[in-house]
Write a protein that binds this ligand. Sequence first.
Ligand SMILES: *Cc1c(COP(=O)(O)O)cnc(C)c1O
Length: 389
Amino acid sequence: MSRPDLLARLAAAQADRAQAALLRRLRTVDAVDGTDIVVAGRRLTGFASNDYLGLAGHPELVEALATAARRWGVGAGAAHLLGGHREEHAALEEALARWTGRARALLFSTGYMANLGVLQAVLARGDLCVQDKLNHACLIDGAHLAGAVLRRYPHADVAAAQRQLDTAPAAPALVASDGVFSMDGDVAPLPALADLCRTHGASLMIDDAHGLGVLGPEGAGSLAEAGLDEAAAPILMATLGKALGVAGAFVAGPAALIEGLVQFARPHVYTTAMPPALAAATRVAVRLAREESWRRQHLAALIAQFRLGAAQRGLALAASRTPIQPVLVGASDAALAAAQALEAAGFFVPAIRPPTVPAGSGRLRVTLSAAHRQSDVERLLDALARVLR
Ligand SMILES: *Cc1c(COP(=O)(O)O)cnc(C)c1O
């Protein structure tokens, strides 16, 4: 018997993807200038970034990063528990806890690792983990890593979530949902999920990667907007690489949660601490995100402008009030062709295809930023109307 070759199998899977217009392509960006990027020698207006507040290139962040690097060096050199945890990390954790109204916060190197860490630490083998079908991949992976029984419910369907909880009424249970859905832009039914958890003895975890900085008072996120405190939603996770324009993530909640994660979250324990200079830059980003509410106001105006203009041009939008404004196309090859036509017209808007989104729901994922001008949005709308006609 001959053993199948793993790399040959991988190549065959890739060929299948290409056949189905599902191949993903790595593009190298040669330069960045605000929301513009230069790709393959062409300048494109980007509508693809998660830099919703326009902070990623902010001079104050750059300065804070450089200053902290001169003081601390570049790498943390060790895991948090083994000497890598610096004053900059501690100060950022305090700032994030204060902002989100939680007792404590704990940094992770990426959002992906934060979600793996929380689920693996909180859930034991055989526990119940109930999740929205459109949750981010790392929440799904975290439930698998924990060995939990993963039960998914149709998008935003709280009655279905209840039925999933009722399948194992005595099992320890976690309900996990994106706060803002990454490919659809809609906000989870947070008060109803919190009620469900309260009445069914489950814990609620919200991944607010796309809500922090954008929603709620001072941009404190989707839970703050919904008025859900730490008692109602004890596990809040959010990333630092989206509206805050840096990289990394944190989990915020009661002290018992954070202490438990320090002990048991393997993606926190067994990994190098984020560079202290990134923590320093992020602290500046948190201050700007809280104080400069004009960024959220301008963003809201752009969102309204985009939705009105899209309706006037007969474009199919999702029910989203956030900077994530997908334009629904359907077939994967049509979504890809539309993205290519937009690129030819000077715009960078990625086509999102399965398995990132369900089959038949290919789309252009348009994201808006406070760094865009109204004229950018108007030009994009005209190009979309031409390309999708
Ligand atoms: C981006 C994202 C993550 C992962 O965060 P990274 O810091 O990029 O690893 C997790 N959850 C959601 C909902 C996201 O959109």
